[in-house]
Design a protein around this ligand. Sequence first.
Ligand SMILES: NC(=O)c1ccc[n+]([C@@H]2O[C@H](COP(=O)([O-])OP(=O)(O)OC[C@H]3O[C@@H](n4cnc5c(N)ncnc54)[C@H](OP(=O)(O)O)[C@@H]3O)[C@@H](O)[C@H]2O)c1
Ligand SMILES: *[C@@H]1O[C@H](CO)[C@@H](O)[C@H](O)[C@H]1NC(C)=O
Ligand SMILES: *[C@@H]1O[C@H](CO)[C@@H](O)[C@H](O)[C@H]1NC(C)=O
Length: 233
Amino acid sequence: MDSFRCVTDLLSVLVTLVTSKLIRVGPTLSIQKHFMMDIIYTLAVIAILYFIVCLLLILLGDCDLLLQIAERFAVLKGKVVWITGASSGIGEYLAYDLAKAGCRLVLSARRKEELERVKKQCLLHASTSNITEGDIMVLPLDCLKLDTHQEAFDKVLEHFKQVDILVNNAGRSQRAEWISTSLEVDREMLELNVMGVLSLTKKVLPHMVKRKEGHIVNMSSVAGKFGKETILC
Ligand SMILES: NC(=O)c1ccc[n+]([C@@H]2O[C@H](COP(=O)([O-])OP(=O)(O)OC[C@H]3O[C@@H](n4cnc5c(N)ncnc54)[C@H](OP(=O)(O)O)[C@@H]3O)[C@@H](O)[C@H]2O)c1
Ligand SMILES: *[C@@H]1O[C@H](CO)[C@@H](O)[C@H](O)[C@H]1NC(C)=O
Ligand SMILES: *[C@@H]1O[C@H](CO)[C@@H](O)[C@H](O)[C@H]1NC(C)=O
């Protein structure tokens, strides 16, 4: 929504400019002032149209404006994106959209067959971009097994030589009354949702810092912002 705020700010500046001009100019308007007013009105109309177009794009698009612009200018094309939890849900559908945008993908989760299914679908979705078999790597990974993370990262580097974006999406939420949830469940949640993310990030980050390039995306939840006695995320 940053771009949205930027547009509204621009609009309010222009409106202030127009109204302050209107108040200051009296009935003895010179031709020059008419000309200035015309320019300001034109700018204001352009700004309002721009605002309406942005608003429509935000309402019709499935993401914010910056991402739509990035898509338009193929900023994501050829980037290597490693998605954990890519075998279902948000991770799976993110993979389809990134394949469409021409990204090279590493798909990770525990269920290999499901990852293979997602890979096939990605290649179908990617008919408009030029990605092929070799651009999508299926890499089974249990995020809970922290001692396997280095080996997994090495395999990614071997295949793609780089990671541009890491999406820490694998995770679980527990929908039960906390009072009757065993400590073991709490431990698994923390291990997967927190330690798993920290561990994989620690493997990839030095590589990104060295290249002075890279993004780390963490899938979170509103449950992380507003605690509730029955949900643990
Ligand atoms: N959907 C929502 O409304 C919602 C709301 C808030 C937050 N989230 C968060 O968004 C993320 C994705 O959610 P989703 O709704 O798409 O859930 P989902 O369909 O259950 O997907 C979870 C993914 O994580 C993978 N996963 C689970 N345990 C794993 C492990 N130990 N190692 C590696 N991968 C593992 C699963 O694959 P395998 O089983 O094959 O390993 C699956 O691909 C989660 O972190 C979730 O907490 C979702
Ligand atoms: C697509 O083609 C370009 C050259 O046209 C190439 O550089 C790139 O690696 C190919 N694959 C992807 C995923 O962009
Ligand atoms: C995601 O989590 C990692 C590990 O805690 C952190 O280094 C990174 O800054 C987080 N990314 C965002 C966008 O918050």
